[in-house]
Design a protein around this ligand. Structure first.
Ligand code: LFR
Length: 464
């Protein structure tokens, strides 16, 4: 039996709704709708336009119903961000995780529970925008005092579509309030931080039914954290693989059966996020293609539209310029990225790119180095050896980046699928609907047999 599901996949720069057709030995995807997304700055604060996202999703789902009669709908997006609700209504407009309001709030949390103790409970790398710190900022502003409920963004959209309020586990694990060992909310932690019990909704796992649309079509929980969905669709052959889920962010990691809560891992800022089927995504956030898209945004503010393929081709022709630390937190906020990169290089007495091709080259070299460092750290921290590094997401089509990554890591890079997140969303729904069976390994085997990943070997002078 085969059938069709609709996957809503919201990224930080664009959202898409795809139809996925799946059955034994079958997996195809067709994009139905794509729409832009991005931060909206209002009097110095950064927000998401969630009503516009909801409007776009509703329009695409209507189209989906007309074209293919999907048996299920699933929603994923970036992590950590949320809406606060009272009486079922949204309070204010959700903040963007790049908003700087958490800078002061981090200390509020750490004054109650120190970083090491926090890691013992939630296993998360320190990112200033983790939900736990954003909630502390909302406590400062007074908003949290009137809130009854927090819904992460994919859960907010699911609520608007079905009337059901839940928290999907993979995304809930990025809040900082989930106990990574039990995969349940840490009630002691929430209580210490002064959160009411009702703030955190009941948890559901990927594959569970959340509710139904007005038309009766079920909304199914998927790995609603985009990275969780992307890792489902890594076409790995064996269980010991490293991956880079490469889009706005580059998530460099490995899949584990159990959390790894070592002090060395905490010091290196490695995170334990929950994956689909109870797996752990042990990974580190590298700044990612955000560095390039913010440069392009800056160039486009002052000039004509940038031709990205031409820019990447030019970057492949220029010699390497210099490298900077792609992990430096100064690159997190939106703003003039070329100026920040120049400042970093100047402070470190390194040559500065002279044109856009050199900037692009400099960014990609810096990213590849950061990936190699994370892969090397992963081998030490996990005691595993990786025979290949899988690159999935938009970065898989960036030949220069894949080639540099193969060179720097000294491992073959298996690139693709580009739409891993949407595919992972489709796969989990299809399995829940009974169109597919088996564990993650058999879902990955299906991806392997239907996608055509491309391999870049270290030592290849140029991409083929
Ligand atoms: C990737 C991602 C990362 C998360 C960051 C912020 O899109 O979901 O996994 O750390 O965005 O939510």
């Amino acid at each position: 039996m085969s059938g069709t599901v609709a996957a809503v996949d919201l990224g930080a720069t664009s959202g898409r709704v795809v139809l996925g057709h799946a059955g034994p030995g079958e997996l195809r995807m067709r994009e139905l709708a794509r729409f832009p997304n991005g931060p909206v700055r209002v009097r110095g604060s950064l927000h998401w336009n969630v009503l516009e996202l909801h409007r776009q999703v509703c329009a695409a789902l209507k189209l989906a119903a007309r074209e293919a009669d999907p048996v299920s709908v699933g929603i994923d997006s970036w992590a950590v961000d949320y809406a606060l609700l009272r009486g079922g209504r949204m309070l204010g407009t959700p903040h963007h995780y790049r908003d700087e309001r958490t800078t002061a709030a981090v200390a509020d949390v750490h004054s109650v529970i120190g970083p090491a103790e926090l890691y013992e409970v939630n296993g998360l790398q320190h990112l200033p925008f983790n939900t736990i710190f954003q909630l502390a900022a909302d406590r400062r502003s007074g908003l949290l005092a009137v809130a009854e409920r927090m819904l992460l963004l994919p859960d907010l959209l699911a609520y608007w579509l079905t009337g059901e309020q839940v928290a999907e586990r993979t995304n809930a694990s990025t809040t900082g309030l989930l106990d990574v060992r039990t995969a349940e909310w840490s009630e002691p932690l929430a209580a210490r931080l002064g959160h009411d019990r009702g703030l955190l909704p009941p948890l559901v796992s990927p594959g569970e039914r959340i509710g139904a649309l007005d038309t009766g079509v079920p909304v199914t929980a998927v790995g609603s954290h985009d990275t969780a969905s992307a890792v489902v669709a890594v076409p790995a052959r064996d269980e010991s693989f490293a991956y880079i889920s490469c889009g706005t962010w580059s998530l460099v990691g490995v899949e584990l059966e159990r959390p790894l809560l070592s002090e060395a891992g905490r010091a290196a800022n490695f995170t334990n996020e929950l994956g689909v089927d109870g797996r752990i995504r042990y990974l580190h956030n590298v700044m990612g293609l955000w560095l390039l898209t913010e440069c392009v945004a800056e160039w486009e503010r002052t000039g004509p539209a940038v031709d990205l393929p031409a820019l990447l081709a030019a970057a492949a022709e220029v010699p390497p310029v210099a490298e900077f630390d792609a992990d430096d937190p100064r690159f997190l906020a939106p703003g003039d990225m070329p100026a920040r990169i120049t400042a970093w290089l100047t402070e470190h007495d390194r040559p500065v790119p002279r044109d856009r091709a050199e900037f692009t080259r400099c960014i990609l070299e810096s990213l590849a180095s950061a990936y190699a460092e994370s892969v090397a750290r992963l081998e030490i921290l996990t005691g595993r050896e990786f025979s290949a590094v899988h690159v999935v997401g938009g970065g898989a089509r960036n030949e220069l980046l894949c080639r540099l990554t193969a060179e720097r890591t000294g491992r073959p890079v298996v690139a693709g699928p580009v739409e891993a997140t949407a595919l992972g969303n489709v796969l989990v729904q299809a399995r829940a609907a009974g169109l597919l069976t088996g564990g993650l390994e058999s879902l990955r085997a299906l991806v392997r047999s239907t996608a055509e990943p491309r391999t870049y070997r270290p030592g290849e002078v140029r991409a083929r």
